[in-house]
Design a protein around this ligand. Structure first.
Ligand code: ELE
Length: 308
């Protein structure tokens, strides 16, 4: 989606100045991974309009492969309008019903698009957009499996997209399709009807190898068959909390893709999230690999916070 972000602190209905950016859970994670030095490809749809051109241009500029992104001649690019505050009382307005992204369908997902992928990251948002987008998500999971790629899944529950029952019905089954689940405590409760710890244990009995539970106090716990590891948040001044979950996913997945142990992957996820919440948009604070190393050293007291 194109993101129009109101100037900091000004309520949406009063805002005059807007900053243009790009947002969307999958594109945020792809951007995060690309900046950290990974090959990342975004699968999605934009309209044949200036907003779509801007989205694709920004993703390309960050090194995200958009060769398999589609352009819909009949529908506009999805739009997200929001204000920006340090606290979570942020007003997010979506203009994406009938958008190009919501018209994603199975025929838009080709085997070629996932060939060579080690990991396919899926959000619960896309399947909630329409029945065809849900079918496209199912096809992507099938193709990922056929290509030997692991699936990671973040439900990204947005209550504006549907009620609890609809979320449980659409995103609940996807929890069981993923080798790696990254989910909020409340999201696991909503989607499974059980406590987060019970849900994690049940998922680990199935396909999941790791369940990362993100907690309301901004800590995270990784649970595997071998044990559990807790990661507290790095204390930073928050300018805008939106994007923290996607940033955490990018940082954590980067660690796992590099074969790092759970505690280090969790620390990298927390570090990337701490960098993103210090800036207004979902993506401004996403670091390079060198930026992540500098920040981690400063957060853990291993280095001065000024590098000169
Ligand atoms: O597509 C949607 O519906 C979105 O909400 C896009 C959001 O800007 C990001 O997904 C940020 O989400 P968090 O990282 O969880 O704060």
């Amino acid at each position: 989606m194109l993101l129009l972000l109101a100037e900091p602190g000004v309520p949406l209905e009063q805002a005059v100045h807007f900053r243009r950016s790009v947002a969307g859970a999958e594109s945020n994670v792809a951007t995060g991974l690309a900046r950290l030095g990974h090959s990342a490809r975004w699968l999605g749809r934009v309209g044949a309009d200036p907003a779509g051109q801007a989205v694709l241009r920004e993703l390309r500029a960050d090194g995200v492969d958009v060769a398999f992104a589609g352009v819909d001649e009949q529908a506009p690019t999805g739009l997200l309008l929001r204000d920006s505050h340090p606290q979570r009382a942020i007003d997010v307005q979506y203009y994406r019903s009938g958008s190009a992204g919501s018209r994603l369908a199975p025929e838009h997902i080709s085997a070629e698009a996932v060939s060579g992928a080690r990991l396919v990251h899926i959000s619960g948002i896309t399947p909630m957009l329409s029945p065809t987008a849900a079918a496209a998500t199912d096809r992507l999971i099938e193709l990922a499996r056929a290509a030997g790629a692991k699936v990671s899944f973040d439900p990204n529950v947005r209550r504006k997209l549907g009620g609890a029952a609809q979320w449980a019905q659409t995103a609940g089954p996807l929890l069981r399709e993923a080798e790696l689940v990254l989910a909020g405590e409340g999201e696991l409760e909503l989607l499974t009807g059980r406590s987060a710890d019970e849900a994690a244990a049940e998922l680990l009995d199935g396909r999941a190898r790791t369940v990362v539970i993100k907690r309301a106090d901004h800590s995270a716990t990784a649970v595997t068959a071998d044990g559990r590891w807790d990661q507290p948040p790095y204390p930073v001044p928050v300018a805008d909390p939106v994007g923290a979950g996607d940033a955490f996913a990018a940082g954590y997945l980067s660690g796992r893709l590099r074969g790092l142990p759970e505690p280090r992957a969790l620390a990298e996820g927390a570090c990337v999230a701490a960098l993103v919440v210090q800036t207004a948009t979902d993506t401004d604070g996403l670091p390079s690999a060198a930026g992540r190393e500098r920040a981690l050293a400063a957060f853990t007291g291993a280095a001065d916070s000024v590098h000169r």
